[in-house]
Write a protein that binds this ligand. Structure first.
Ligand code: NAD
Length: 467
């Protein structure tokens, strides 16, 4: 149901705040567990609708929906249920020397009412994943899925309506205006996943109310294939990481730097990996049910423009570069001979297009990565531990994957997030819980000699406290 048909986002926010926007709404601790279990059941019960909606929005393959949408949310719920007791525990902390005679504890409290704004590319996982963290932390929430995946947004609304109390969680469907109307409200936390461009708008809106933010953004995540890489394994992992969801993944390998001495065998392995996963011929690939489609005609035109402008400036396609506009299909495309003046090397690609760039000296690759905005992920394929460590230490990125792509997203014991242009704060597991939590310090005086802090001041006594 579209809540806009009878209430504006602002009215819904006031509803959740029980008529008083200054009041912070929250799940009580007992309700959280029940809410998470109900959410898990509703996702399970709506599986057929989820599969149909994501297929309708961009022909996402069923196996990818299970692996990258349903599983991460269910795993996030199980993880939260397993650890909720520890996360919500009041932690006593020992007094420091100057605080002898006091008792101190840290009380995790829900921040209040949260706003979760999600993108279209993993519509379920990126709406409901943060919602799991919000509920675990005890926050009430408004979830705004992306208007670019409308069938998915409708299923998300259905799941939330079925599973969760309407006085604590609502889904508001709509586009930019709805998002902006929500951003005008004084939320207690905003969790945004999307582009760096909109991330800046969200942060500016949050600043008006001094609302805290988590920003999960994007950018160009590079891959380095070193001279010591296992080329067959590297090629398979990179091809899967790139072409899953048709490359529409925030942590997809954006482009590959490959050591010149292994460029030819690496390209041969990459071609073989694509043929093995998606078919040997152009026709077989176009008919593959394992390749998602591009989300809409604008993104299709953007990607084809990127490919065509690179080709007309001298780049060559090792595979792909073919397409079908009606179904928004773009074949898995590997480009060689690109250069930094081309859009494909400048903009986040966010589609099934992979430039492969040879290098002589790893120091040049490091210099290029360091000259650009900080990536969300950096992938290193190499067996030489010394080189892996040097590359990791010399670069700054949200995460590093060694001989692996994408999979760190599924590890709930790792914080997931970017740095600088790729994001602020972290999601998943305990880090997601903390994003929606205020760690409130409570200090009680029992018999501390605090009179010495007060006038008449004597410098000797103060110096003692600082020791
Ligand atoms: P987007 O930034 O265009 O949109 C995200 C959300 O913001 C949508 O719900 C949209 O309605 C809303 N929005 C758009 N313009 C707005 C505006 N002017 N004011 C207020 N709200 C606005 O992103 P997208 O195209 O949906 O997703 C792709 C981007 O998201 C890529 O850059 C990708 O890397 C990034 N991403 C990041 C992660 C991550 O976890 N770090 C995950 C997925 C996608």
């Amino acid at each position: 149901m579209d809540h806009r048909s009878f209430k504006t986002p602002a009215q819904i926010f006031v509803d959740l705040a029980e008529g008083n926007p200054q009041r912070r709404m929250a799940f009580d601790p007992a309700q959280r567990r029940a809410a998470l279990q109900a959410l898990s059941r509703a996702i399970h019960d709506c599986e057929a609708e989820i599969l149909a909606a994501l297929a309708e929005d961009f022909a996402k393959p069923e196996a990818e929906i299970r692996l990258t949408e349903i599983l991460p949310v269910q795993a996030e719920i199980s993880h939260a249920l397993r650890h909720l007791k520890t996360w919500t525990k009041v932690r006593r902390v020992r007094p420091t020397r100057a605080m002898l005679g006091t008792r101190a504890r840290i009380v995790p409290e829900p921040k209040g009412t949260a706003l979760i704004i999600a993108p279209w590319n993993y519509p379920l996982a990126l709406s409901l994943g943060p919602l799991v963290s919000a509920i675990a932390a005890g926050c009430a929430a408004i979830v705004k899925p992306s208007e670019l995946a409308p069938a998915s947004a409708a299923v998300i609304a259905q799941i939330v309506e079925e599973a969760l109390p309407a006085d604590l969680v609502r889904v508001v469907q709509g586009g930019v205006e709805v998002s902006q109307e929500l951003l005008d409200q004084p939320f207690d936390h905003i969790f945004f996943t999307g582009s760096p461009r909109v991330g800046k708008i969200v942060m500016a809106a949050a600043a008006k109310h001094l609302t805290s933010v988590t920003l999960e953004l994007g950018g160009k995540s590079p891959v380095i294939v070193g001279p010591g890489a296992d080329l067959k394994k590297a090629a398979r992992m990179i091809a899967w990481g790139k072409f899953a969801n048709a490359g529409q993944t925030c942590i997809a390998p954006d482009h590959v730097y490959v050591a010149k001495q292994i460029e030819a065998p690496f390209l041969a392995e990459l071609k073989a990996a694509i043929a093995r996963m998606y078919g040997k011929t152009e026709e077989a690939q176009a008919a593959s049910r394992d390749l998602a489609r591009i989300i809409n005609p604008d993104h299709f035109a953007r990607l084809m423009g990127m490919i065509e402008s690179a080709q007309s400036a001298g780049a060559k396609a090792l595979t792909g570069a073919t397409s079908e506009a009606a179904s928004r299909y773009i074949a898995p495309t590997v480009l060689m001979g690109t250069d930094p003046s081309m859009r494909v090397e400048q903009e986040e690609i966010f589609g099934p297009v992979l430039p492969v760039i040879p290098f002589d000296d790893a120091a040049d690759v490091v210099a290029r990565i360091e000259a650009g905005p900080k990536p969300l992920a950096l992938y290193i394929f190499e067996r030489d531990r010394g080189l892996i460590d040097r590359l990791r230490r010399a670069t700054s990125s949200g995460a590093v994957g060694v001989n692996v792509a994408l999979v760190h997203y599924l590890h709930q014991n790792l914080p997931f997030g970017g740095i600088g242009n790729s994001g602020v704060g972290a999601a998943h597991g305990h880090w997601g819980f903390e994003a929606f939590t205020h760690l409130k310090p409570v200090l009680e005086n029992r018999f501390a000699p605090l009179a010495m802090l007060m006038p008449p001041y004597r410098s000797g006594r103060m110096a003692k406290l600082a020791q």
